[in-house]
Design a protein around this ligand. Structure first.
Ligand SMILES: NC(=O)c1ccc[n+]([C@@H]2O[C@H](COP(=O)([O-])OP(=O)(O)OC[C@H]3O[C@@H](n4cnc5c(N)ncnc54)[C@H](O)[C@@H]3O)[C@@H](O)[C@H]2O)c1
Length: 379
């Protein structure tokens, strides 16, 4: 990991080596070559469920050692940053143990399974004074930074509306089996991907104050495991639509949908203002659409990502060559390692992720009651 051996080492302990574990490992491995960091990440130890899986993954992903006991990883004196990519229900015990050991904690979203659990983690981290960060990697896209700049500069005028969506199709088929995502504590589509569009909405327009939501389970039962003929009921949402009112007074709507046939990664938004609009979809993550025009040639124009949009240039000097999903994780890890080395604060930290979780829960409560619900902690 890294190319600069004279820099002090920062030991990485990675828990989990699935989809996100591989993505974290790639980011820690490459970040030192792309960003000028004050320290050098070193892949110390990887934990997974069995010795065999942990050993195989550690070898493949470049970690020195492996274990099937994540507590040993947390307690390991060579580990400075604990990266948690295990299923959601394990985030709380793993993070609390890492906080107790004084480690920087990098946890995947959603922070936990309930807001109460996320609050416990947040308060423990703040009391211990450790650096935390949560994997809302889509915020790291230079095009999202540009959208935020356009909104806050007033270029599209006073903001008048928000329409957001996170739609994918990975749960469309009734043959996709149950997993931690469909367990009650998994939180369904709203917690799994709704958390991303909520974090995006907050990043761009500030806190969501009130919400009124409607949830549906499209696939009523699923195989208990891959290929099984035994099916069990699905007790979480596949699709939620929510009306939202921001603290600023702006009104809008958002959708979380993991059974959206044809959609692979439509984490998207359209934000309108009195003088223009911005629109984005992660399916075209190197483009931002901006409307500011009046007159005969008015229309949305396409802004293409390039080195004029930091930190694109860290990866590539040429426009049109494009960043990818894994690069967003590298940018996130650069900011994590920098916060760890400087004793600064990570963003989004546990407190930010707690409010995202509280917003998810307010939507779940509204979907049950049919009433508008105020997000706790927001006026
Ligand atoms: N930020 C993103 O864009 C993004 C994308 C996908 C998933 N996620 C989040 O990442 C987390 C993991 O999701 P995933 O898709 O990588 O899941 P996954 O099933 O692919 O990987 C989970 C890993 O955790 C391991 N694991 C399970 N129990 C363990 C234990 N007791 N000790 C050690 N390891 C254990 C599994 O063996 C597996 O390697 C979830 O919280 C999910 O919400 C985030």
């Amino acid at each position: 990991m890294g190319i600069e051996t004279s820099k002090p080492a920062v030991g990485i302990g990675l828990i989990g080596s699935g989809f996100m574990g591989k993505c974290h490992a790639n980011a820690f491995r490459s970040v030192g070559g792309l960003f000028d960091l004050p320290v050098r990440p070193v892949a110390e130890i990887l934990a997974d469920m069995t010795d065999e899986v942990a050993q195989r993954s550690a070898a493949a992903l470049g970690f020195k050692r492996s274990t099937s006991d994540w507590q040993k990883l947390v307690d390991d004196p060579a580990v400075d940053i604990v990266a948690i990519t295990a299923p959601n229900v394990l985030h709380e015990p793993m993070a609390l143990a890492a906080i107790a050991a004084g480690k920087t904690v990098y946890c995947e979203k959603p922070l936990s399974t309930t807001a109460a659990s996320a609050r416990k983690m947040t308060e423990a981290a703040e009391a211990a004074g450790v650096v935390t960060m949560v994997g809302f990697n889509f915020l790291r896209n230079p095009m999202i930074g540009l959208a935020r700049e356009i909104i806050t500069s007033g270029e599209i005028g006073e903001i008048t509306g928000f329409r957001g969506r996170h739609a994918e199709n990975y749960m469309s088929s009734p043959d996709v089996p149950h997993s931690f995502r469909t367990a009650i504590e998994g939180g369904g589509a709203l917690a799994d991907i709704g958390s991303h569009i909520i974090s995006m909405a907050r990043y761009l327009l500030g806190p969501i104050a009130d919400t009124c939501a409607d949830s549906h389970t499209i696939v009523r039962d699923r195989p208990v495991s891959a290929g099984s003929s035994h099916r069990a009921p699905v007790e979480v949402d596949d699709m939620t639509h929510a009306l939202v009112r921001f603290d600023s007074g702006v009104a809008g709507s958002l959708e979380a949908n993991w059974a959206a046939s044809g959609r692979t990664m439509d984490l998207s938004f359209e934000i309108t203002g009195t003088k223009g609009a911005v629109a984005f979809s992660q399916e075209f993550m190197n483009e931002l659409r901006l409307y500011t025009g009046v007159g005969a040639r008015a229309g949305f124009k396409r802004i293409e990502a390039g080195s004029q949009h930091p930190p694109y240039g860290q990866f590539c000097p040429a426009p049109g060559h494009h960043l990818g999903f894994n690069d967003l994780k590298v940018i996130e890890v650069a900011q994590l390692v920098d916060a760890h080395a400087s004793g600064g604060t990570g963003f989004p930290d546990f407190r930010e992720a707690l409010v995202v979780q509280e917003t998810v829960e307010a939507m779940q409560e509204s979907a049950r009651s049919g009433a508008w619900v105020t997000v706790p902690g927001v006026s």
